[in-house]
Design a protein around this ligand. Structure first.
Ligand SMILES: [Cu+2]
Length: 435
């Protein structure tokens, strides 16, 4: 998993943090929110980073974040990152081949499946009222908003010399994430939809699973794992194959370009292997998969940071089991031209307004349309081999990915004052270092 492991101790912190004073400079006029105050989250983290967004619950997709803007103490003007992000499918096929649930389109993360927060669900956070997306007007406490510590954000100790001798300047700070979280109970499983908006501009999307294993007694040792006494009962292995739909709108300009980067061996230098990294611009719709040292970024074609570099966000995926039982779950990422008929990564219902053949991501891209407004479909799978410890309730297991800013700002968004002179100006090697 590449997203940061978060310390469990978050309680009590959020109430204090969310009420913290906004640092000067971070109060620049934000664009008018396009949603009501109850559907707006605008919070400033301790080091001055402010995230602002709209949220709502969709009966199938569950929690949707829209119009996501970020500003920091050093870059106080809010800049849009995302038009929207949400889950786009969750396949749960069992290894026996006897059972599969497409949890988003068959059931749904919203509606009656959406849990009202209770107990310790949002301890230390702020529970927000909202409707569950079913059309039912009743408002419930369904969204938990909290600020959670993310550990050491950076550290740099600089050694300098003057007439008085050696001087050491330490820059270090603790980081925080703004966390938005909902819980959906689908039969035995309980899923946590979570977005972590980091103070350095990173966005982490992840799905947690807890609750209980689904009962199924058909498995043998090749397709199940013995739980309970001896080997009387094998709990069936299965996948949780999740898709997310990500629509960037960098600086509100849209029209991003998709870049793929590959790093390969390129002969030898004087000491060791040479490597080269090459960009391939993906102009047309398609599906793509990871190989060693391959990654993608979504790049604005018109918005630049103050160094003149095009702003972008990079997709970073970590632990991932590819489910090969369906053709549409084989690619790791799909880029398609934005189309309102393409709602889910699979299982799109027939709609008289839409062509009948747009069921899965593979259908979305088969005509290889030129992309002027790309949508990114990210697939992350988890092959769940049950274990004794999964009962009961099951410890949370997570799957997800990160969106990491690349050239969104000219320096680290958290750069402290004493380091601002170092942009493009690396410091000389400290004395006493290796030669
Ligand atoms: Cu599972």
């Amino acid at each position: 998993m590449t997203y940061r492991k978060i310390a469990a101790a978050t309680a009590l912190l959020t109430a204090a943090l969310l009420g913290a004073a906004v640092p000067s400079g971070a109060q620049a006029a934000a664009p008018a929110p396009s949603c009501s105050s109850s559907a707006t989250v605008k919070e400033t983290l301790p080091n001055g980073t402010t995230w602002q967004l709209c949220w709502r619950i969709h009966d199938k997709a569950g929690l949707i974040l829209e119009k996501v803007f970020v500003s920091t103490k050093r870059n106080p003007q809010p800049v849009q990152v995302l038009d929207s992000i949400r889950l786009a499918q969750l396949h749960v096929p069992y290894d026996t081949g006897d059972m599969e649930f497409d949890d988003l389109t068959d059931l749904g993360m919203g509606g009656s499946y959406l849990e009202t927060l209770a107990g310790e669900d949002c301890k230390g956070g702020s529970a927000r009222l909202g409707s569950d997306g079913s059309g039912e007007p009743k408002q419930r406490e369904v969204l938990c908003v909290s600020a959670e510590p993310s550990g050491l954000a950076y550290r740099g100790r600089e050694e300098t010399w003057d007439d008085n001798g050696e001087k050491s300047v330490l820059s270090s700070d603790q980081g925080h994430d703004l966390v938005l979280r909902t819980i959906s109970k689908l039969s035995w499983y309980e899923y946590v939809t979570e977005y972590r908006l980091h103070d350095d501009g990173q966005i982490s999307a992840r799905l947690g699973a807890t609750g209980d294993l689904a009962p199924d007694t058909e498995a043998d040792a090749a397709r199940g794992w013995p739980i309970g006494k001896d080997a009387n009962y094998y709990s069936t292995m299965h996948y949780h194959n999740a898709f997310w739909r990500v629509d960037f709108n960098i600086a509100g300009k849209g029209g991003e370009r998709v870049d793929q980067y590959d790093t390969t061996l390129d002969g030898r230098g004087e000491v060791t292997a040479k490597l080269k990294t090459a960009r391939t611009t993906i102009a047309k719709e398609g599906t793509f998969s990871k190989v060693n040292q391959r990654w993608w970024r979504v790049t604005s074609q018109s918005s630049r940071n103050t160094d003149g570099h095009l702003r972008s966000y990079e997709l970073v995926t970590g632990g991932d089991d590819r489910y090969e039982g369906h053709p549409e779950t084989k690619p790791d990422v799909t880029f398609s031209q934005k189309n309102p008929c393409e709602k889910y990564a699979s299982g799109n219902a027939s709609d008289p307004e839409c062509p009948p053949d747009r069921r899965t991501v593979l259908d979305f891209v088969k005509d290889k349309e030129k992309m002027t407004d790309p949508v990114m479909w990210v697939r992350v799978g988890f092959h769940h081999v049950p274990r004794d410890e999964d009962q009961s309730p099951m410890p949370m297991h997570w799957q997800g990915f990160d969106l990491v800013p690349r050239d969104f700002t000219a320096m680290n968004q958290l750069t402290p004052d004493e380091r601002t002179g170092q942009n493009g100006n690396p410091q000389p090697e400290p004395s006493g270092a290796r030669d």
